[in-house]
Write a protein that binds this ligand. Structure first.
Ligand code: NAD
Ligand code: DAU
Length: 332
């Protein structure tokens, strides 16, 4: 197969390329990526150039998508604005890419008669105090990010219902692992701990997240691409859920730092308290949750320790001014 992977230069998209190419030696991929602040050519380093083609372009641009889709057998769409805090500061790009861009990709897939897989998130269901959401739970997104992702998901459902399009959705919980942008909690805290900078914890830190190692999420995506039923959504949650403050303490332990680096800061507006997914449906396809958080986190800390070349340019670039603006203090 040749797969069009939109957003393949980002965190999860690039992990997916690695997995797909290793598991399917006859396959090749075309990456369509706008290379925003979150997308990086470096994320494709080490991949066979004969099997990976990178096309710089916007998923909301019909012409770019029309050209990129030529000769492809399926689309996996990772491309999105992905950070909740940035969606609170500037929602417009989220609607443009995560709603309109998803529509453009889906329409192109429908016209080409190929499968379209939408990579989505547990955040579309909103917060849940106890228990877990199933795929039939109502969508109640609370941030501009999650509302825009829910918009993309609803268009997928409508395309299946109206046009019988071969489209389906995978909704993942919080991913972590190598090559995640340091704006996100886990790499932010790892890099701040390594540098001796404070670790900013929103509010009381008792918000609960369910963590999945990125390679395990990518395995689920591949399984659904191959064997998922058109029109269906599949939830994919990791093996462990824990309050943010516990995740942060584990990072301090793994980096040899103590609790004095923890700094409770102003909470995120509208912050969802807890996410939780039932993964029974994807387990029935043969998927298992994989790495426990403590183990995956240790591997992730090691990766960041060993790959300063990857993160140093980020910590010295646009991210520095974003950090100053958002947290009201400078990185060291
Ligand atoms: P990321 O921000 O690391 O990567 C996003 C990629 O999309 C980047 O390469 C960026 O350049 C590209 N992109 C952005 N706008 C684009 C546009 N208009 N056209 C083309 N490319 C564009 O994000 P991620 O964490 O890898 O997330 C990937 C997908 O998985 C997203 O759809 C996200 O909603 C979903 N998701 C993420 C998580 C998580 O924990 N990170 C969990 C569940 C689902
Ligand atoms: O749940 C899946 C989602 O996980 C994905 O759809 C999103 O793309 C991805 O960004 C992630 O969203 P979160 O908002 O959960 O991730 P983030 O890493 O930003 O925050 C994780 C938790 O940590 C959340 O409760 C907010 C908190 N947090 C985050 C930051 C950046 C802090 O306490 N301090 C921080 O500085």
């Amino acid at each position: 197969m040749r797969i069009l992977v939109a957003g393949g230069a980002g965190f999860i998209g690039s992990a997916y390329l690695r997995r797909r190419l290793a598991a399917h030696p006859g396959d090749s991929v075309r990456v369509l990526d706008k290379l925003t602040y979150a997308g990086r050519r470096e994320n494709l380093d080490g991949l066979d150039p004969d099997r990976v083609e990178l096309v710089e372009g916007d998923i909301a641009d019909r012409d770019a998508v029309g050209t990129a889709i030529e000769g492809c057998d399926a689309i996996v769409n990772f491309a999105a604005e992905s950070h909740v805090d940035r969606s609170i500061q500037s929602p417009g790009e989220f609607i443009q890419t995560d709603v309109f861009g998803a529509f453009v990709m889906l329409e192109a897939a429908r016209q080409a008669g190929i499968r379209y897989l939408q990579v989505s998130t547990d955040e579309v269901y909103g917060s849940i105090e106890s228990g877990s959401f199933s795929e039939d739970s109502p969508l109640r997104p609370s941030s501009p990010y999650s509302a825009s992702k829910a918009g993309g998901d609803l268009i997928v459902g409508a395309y299946r219902h109206t046009y019988d399009a071969d489209a389906l959705i995978v909704r993942g919980s919080n991913n972590y692992g190598p090559r995640q942008h340091p704006e996100k909690l886990i790499p932010l805290c790892i890099l701040n701990a390594l540098a001796g900078d404070p670790l900013p914890v929103y509010g009381d830190g008792m918000q609960v997240r369910n963590w999945i190692f990125v390679e395990d999420f990518c395995a689920a995506i591949d399984l659904v691409l191959q064997g998922g039923e058109a029109g269906e959504a599949y939830n994919v949650g990791g093996p462990d859920e824990l309050p943010n403050i516990d995740a942060v303490k584990l990072i301090l332990e793994l980096t040899g730092r103590d609790g004095s680096l923890i700094e409770h800061v102003t909470d995120r507006p509208g912050h969802d308290r807890r996410y939780s997914l039932s993964s029974d449906k994807i387990r029935a396809l043969g998927w298992e949750p994989g790495a426990r958080f403590a183990d995956g986190l240790r591997r992730t800390v090691e990766w960041y320790r060993d790959n300063e070349w990857w993160w140093a340019p980020i910590r010295s670039g646009e991210y520095r001014s974003y950090y100053q603006r958002h947290y009201g203090r400078a990185l060291s």
